[in-house]
Ligand binder design. Structure first.
Ligand SMILES: [Zn+2]
Ligand SMILES: [Zn+2]
Length: 350
């Protein structure tokens, strides 16, 4: 099968021929139709400090996929040949305290698909049957490939109640854009997105944001001005940090109402300075978000997409480009430009 492969620890990827993996009795074999390119994959391609510390080479990367089940292990239940599926890429141990308590997203021994085991930049992949998410209704292949990052957005957006609340989303990459659409769907009053790319700010407004705020200058002041334009008087109730930029969390802290709640998915590359005095005296909550709740987040995103054509259209529109697998280098370059939406690779075109 064709696969994007990293033969050893170091920069770069190559398109090469690899054996089709064989599923164990607990696993299924999936023919991959689409794979989304994630920031994680760009780290793995570049082989930065994070990749060197977290990634096991040799490796087929990729964890955001949509595909069709073609083989089912003897011990797998509720998944059948021909099922159209996405998959939870965090493979948990099943025996640690959190796993046994049903908090599998908090497993202390998680293995990542396309990070510590061969993943989805290939024509076939294996996955434990319990990690498979079967689509029981119609779903566009591109949207199916978005379920992993959409799950990040939904996990973040539903971390705190949103009905009637004023929400600020720092960072309008694909996951921030999805979080805007979900916050709008879930009943927020005002939704404001921030970014440093004018194109992404326009996309934020198409997702349902009331304002897209350019934070290339003074981000704190720009958010204050946005509050004024919307007639807000006391500060944001809920913030989502989706950028990882070192200035984003401090700007949120300065613009939250007392008792405000911040869900933080963006991963800073090092320690960042925050006015902790303000966190204390304003009684702010800051909650870290990682991955998706297994499998309540999956249930929530399937249900929301099923019941809202507006949300379906908005989420679908986040895929800004689709490349045949042979053009993977151009696809990775487009994803790295950080100026558009989601870039997806199509394994069915030759
Ligand atoms: Zn991802
Ligand atoms: Zn565990």
């Amino acid at each position: 099968m064709r696969a994007l492969y990293k033969p050893d620890a170091g920069p770069g990827l190559t398109m090469t021929d690899r054996p089709v993996p064989e599923p164990t009795e607990d696993e299924v074999l999936i023919r991959v139709l689409r794979t989304g390119i994630c920031g994680t994959d760009l780290h793995i391609q570049r082989w930065d400090d994070w990749a060197a510390s977290a990634v096991t080479a040799p490796l087929v990367p990729g964890h955001e996929f949509f595909g069709e089940v073609v083989e089912v292990g003897a011990a797998v239940r509720d998944v059948g040949i021909g099922d159209l599926v996405s998959g939870e890429g965090h493979i948990v141990c099943g025996t640690c305290r959190n796993c046994r308590a049903g908090r599998r997203q908090m497993c202390i021994r998680t293995k990542g698909l396309g990070v510590q085991r061969d993943g989805a930049f290939a024509e076939y992949l294996t996955l434990p049957g319990t990690n498979v998410w079967v689509h029981h209704g119609p779903v566009e292949p591109e949207v199916g490939a978005l379920f992993d990052p959409l799950g990040n957005a939904v996990h973040t957006a539903l971390a705190f109640p949103l009905v009637g609340e004023d929400v600020v989303v720092a960072g309008c990459g694909p996951i921030g854009l999805m979080a805007i659409a979900v916050a709008r769907h879930a009943g927020a009053r005002f939704v404001v997105g921030t970014d440093v790319s004018p194109n992404r700010l326009r996309m934020a407004e198409r997702m349902g944001a009331d304002l897209g705020v350019d934070v290339r200058g003074d981000g704190v002041a720009a958010l204050r001005a946005a509050q004024g334009r919307l007639g807000m008087r006391e500060g944001f109730d809920v913030g989502f940090e989706m950028s990882g930029a070192p200035t984003a969390l401090p700007a949120l802290v300065e613009n939250m109402n007392h008792g405000g709640r911040i869900a933080m998915l963006g991963l800073p590359s090092g320690p960042i300075a925050v006015d902790w005095g303000k966190v204390v005296t304003h009684m702010l909550t800051v909650k870290g978000i990682y991955g998706r709740e297994m499998f309540e987040t999956w249930q929530a995103m399937s249900s929301m997409l099923q019941t809202s054509a507006v949300l379906r259209d908005r989420i679908g529109s986040i895929v800004s480009a689709r490349y045949p697998a042979r053009d993977w280098e151009a696809a990775f370059a487009a994803a790295a430009s950080a100026d558009g939406g989601k870039v997806v690779i199509d394994w069915t075109e030759h």
